[in-house]
Each structure stands twice: as structure tokens, then as C-alpha cells.
Design a protein around this ligand. Structure first.
Ligand code: AMP
Length: 217
């Protein structure tokens, strides 16, 4: 059976950055619904067009769209390797539907890692975040600067600030997180699969804490 993990936590907490490292280390495919949606937006697919308005407002994309994406993605891969879900599920109905989906594949969740960070630090990380619109690599102007200013290390594309990382939208996303996603903490605590991770400090320090946690599973 593969390793099935969920990275839970507010936007800007470093889930995606750590998911990259964990995915490479344990050879578990990362499934980020945010990345899949942004790909759809960039390509101008019907799904991307529908999702864009919600994303620009900092709201959640409706559950049926998200579940469609996740089902397609799971169907196209070898499930035995397991999965690392980054930014999914984000609502209780999504979590319920994921549970049913995993059951139908005779899989179960190994662990939900909840990233914990102060609001002040979250806002700082989000405001300095820069993204590659082509390969989805993520940088930060202070804590993870690209080698060439404004340019992706991996593919050389000009970096952008995500529309939804503008200060007005960040506020909305944090409220959406508290109302719609934070209830999943108790949801997974009740299932005895939740571990909290201190997400403060440098990327490397967080990664060491995370690897220690995962190695103990
Ligand atoms: P992220 O990259 O995870 O911060 O996601 C960016 C945006 O995509 C979110 O603010 C939502 O609008 C949308 N999104 C990503 N994942 C989900 C999800 N699981 N459910 C609903 N909306 C999502």
C-alpha cells in the first residue's frame, strides 16, 4: 500500500514547498488542486475559465469541480504509490468524498499533517511569494530568492505574483480558511490521523521536523 498523506493548513504556510521535497524523497506523487486549477486557467480550458473568478476573489472553487479534477487525476496514475494531497481537501464534503474514493481504491489515509504558523508570518510569506506561471515553481523574495531576480531557476520564465496573493485577496482567503477548511482539523483529529507541525522558521528547519514526523509513521 502507498503512503497517503494530506498537507493541511492556511494559505502561505509552506505546504506546497514542503510537498515538493516530500514527494521527491518518498517518490509519492503530489496532487495540488491549486496547481491543477492554475494550469487550467493558464491553458484557458472551460474548467479553468469557470474556476478563475472564484480564485481571483479568494473564494473556494465549488466542490463538484474539485472532485472532478481529483477523480481524473487519481484515475490516471498508479494508486499503489500513494498520494500527497496539497491544499485538498478544503471542505468537509470534499473530505467525505475523498474518504469514499480512497475506500473504493482499497486505500486509506496514513496521516494528515496540519501546518501551524502565526498569522503575521503567513501574511509576510504570501506577500513576498513569487510564482513561475509555466512550471509552478515557488519562490520568495527574501527567504527563497531565485538565482536571477524575477526569473524561474528551473525554466527561466519571468516570475509573477499570483492574483490572489494581492493583500485584499489574502485577507479573504484567510477568512475562507477559518470558516470552511479549519473544521477539518477536528474532523481528522476525531479519526486519530492528525499531526500538527510547527511551520515556523527556515524551509530547511521545517523540512527536518517534517521528515522526522513522517519517518516515525
Ligand atoms: P492554493 O494554490 O492551494 O492556495 O489554491 C488557490 C485557489 O484555488 C484557492 O484560493 C481556491 O480558489 C482554489 N482551490 C484550490 N484547491 C481547492 C480546493 N480543494 N477546493 C476549493 N478550491 C480550491
Amino acid at each position: 500500500m502507498g503512503l497517503n498523506l494530506i498537507f493541511l493548513g492556511p494559505p502561505g504556510v509552506g505546504k506546497g514547498t514542503q510537498a515538493e521535497a516530500v514527494s521527491a524523497h518518498f517518490l509519492v506523487p503530489k496532487l495540488s488542486t491549486g496547481d491543477l486549477l492554475r494550469e487550467g486557467v493558464a491553458k484557458g480550458t472551460p474548467l479553468g475559465k469557470e474556476a478563475k473568478a472564484y480564485m481571483d476573489r479568494g473564494e473556494l472553487v465549488p466542490d463538484p469541480i474539485i472532485m472532478g479534477l481529483v477523480r481524473d487525476r487519481l484515475a490516471g496514475t498508479n494508486c499503489r504509490e500513494g498520494f500527497l494531497f496539497d491544499g485538498f481537501p478544503r471542505t468537509v464534503p470534499q473530505a467525505d468524498q475523498l474518504a469514499a474514493l480512497l475506500e473504493s481504491m482499497e486505500q486509506s489515509l496514513n496521516r494528515v499533517v496540519c501546518f501551524v504558523l502565526s498569522r503575521e508570518e503567513i501574511v509576510r510569506r504570501l506577500s513576498g511569494r513569487r510564482n513561475c506561471p509555466r512550471c509552478q515553481a515557488v519562490f520568495h523574495v527574501e527567504s527563497r530568492p531565485p538565482k536571477q531576480e524575477g526569473q524561474c531557476d528551473k525554466c527561466g520564465t519571468a516570475l509573477v505574483q499570483r492574483n490572489d496573493d494581492q493583500p485584499e485577496t489574502v485577507e479573504a482567503r484567510l477568512i475562507v480558511y477559518e470558516n470552511q477548511t479549519a473544521p477539518l482539523i477536528q474532523y481528522y483529529k476525531n479519526q486519530n490521523v492528525l499531526s500538527e507541525l510547527d511551520a515556523s522558521g527556515p524551509i530547511q528547519a521545517v523540512q527536518e521536523r517534517l521528515m522526522a514526523l513522517l519517518s516515525s509513521l
